[in-house]
Design a protein around this ligand. Structure first.
Ligand code: FES
Length: 193
């Protein structure tokens, strides 16, 4: 866990209102169930990572023991307990993606960025992370960059995506082969959707 931790964390007034709106969705006495969306809100406010102070703040907010919030934050890979780059690349390394060429895609990412999984580029722009199934196996290999999914990846297409981001462009999310939705390979362009 990051050693340079901020001492305090508070929701902005906008996020405070959003947190109250989220909590209001839950029945009386069940507000603790809002732990996931509130941790997510805190993480988005803090450049996509959760310092200890933010986790404790959310626990206080929900009136639950801090350890409960730490357990949740440390269990799910969607929560980052250390600072990450502007673009967080999460590469799926589970079996369907691996069988569809995920290993070559991962290698292409590492070579293009000059870092290994778990590292951030020296300029702080890209963080590379390996994760379990992203739930889009039918379009394997898959990676998630911030909130977007990129699918049907190849070593070439993954480098093009990273190049585009590095140049301040917004690459098109979704299938990189033109597949329509999750149609069977080779038929998506012919209009099965
Ligand atoms: S195995 Fe990669 S998305 Fe499911």
């Amino acid at each position: 866990m990051q050693t340079n931790q901020p001492e305090t964390f508070f929701f902005t007034s906008e996020n405070l209102a959003e947190a109250k709106r989220i909590i209001a969705k839950y029945p009386a006495g069940k507000q603790a169930s809002a732990i996931l969306p509130l941790l997510d809100l805190a993480q988005r406010q803090n450049r996509n990572w959760l310092p200890r102070a933010a986790i404790a703040y959310v626990a206080d907010f929900l009136e639950i023991p801090a350890i409960k919030a730490f357990e949740v934050a440390s269990f799910y890979t969607m929560f980052n307990l250390d600072p990450v780059g502007k673009y967080l690349i999460q590469l799926c390394r589970t079996t369907p993606c691996w069988l569809a060429g995920g290993e070559a895609v991962a290698t292409a990412c590492e070579v293009r960025l000059g870092i290994k999984a778990g590292e951030t580029t020296p300029d702080g722009v890209f963080t590379l992370k390996e994760v379990e199934c992203l739930g889009a196996c039918v379009n394997a290999p898959v990676m998630q960059i911030n909130d977007d999914y990129y699918e049907d990846l190849t070593p070439d297409s993954v480098v093009k995506i990273i190049d585009a981001l590095a140049h301040g462009e917004k690459p098109t999310a979704g299938s990189q082969t033109g597949r329509c939705g999750s149609c069977a390979c080779g038929k998506g362009k012919e209009g099965l959707c």
